[in-house]
Design a protein. Sequence first.
Length: 110
Amino acid sequence: MDHHPQRVYVVGPSSSGKTTLCQALAVHLQLKPSQHISEVARTVIRELGLSREHIGRLEMQQAILLAHLQREKECDPIQDLLCDRSALDPIVYAIFTAPNEEEANKAPTI
């Protein structure tokens, strides 16, 4: 029987425990580091010298989106994968934190 790799994305508001849940699941499921993606947004924010105050910046959300997609590309496509967010999260954040509809329509796209 063929194994179809599963992709599990835990989504929720900022600081709601997504990473903590994923880390516990990764340990419980004995996932290899290559099967678990976490802290992409925090890493990007730290590397760019940004803070939560910048969440509405399209450049920040686009950087997070691209970093997450890159991490997924680096994973083995035939293994299961657990992520503490999805690459779609930055698009949602960009739309919901935009100051107006015109800026929301400029949200990053895949």
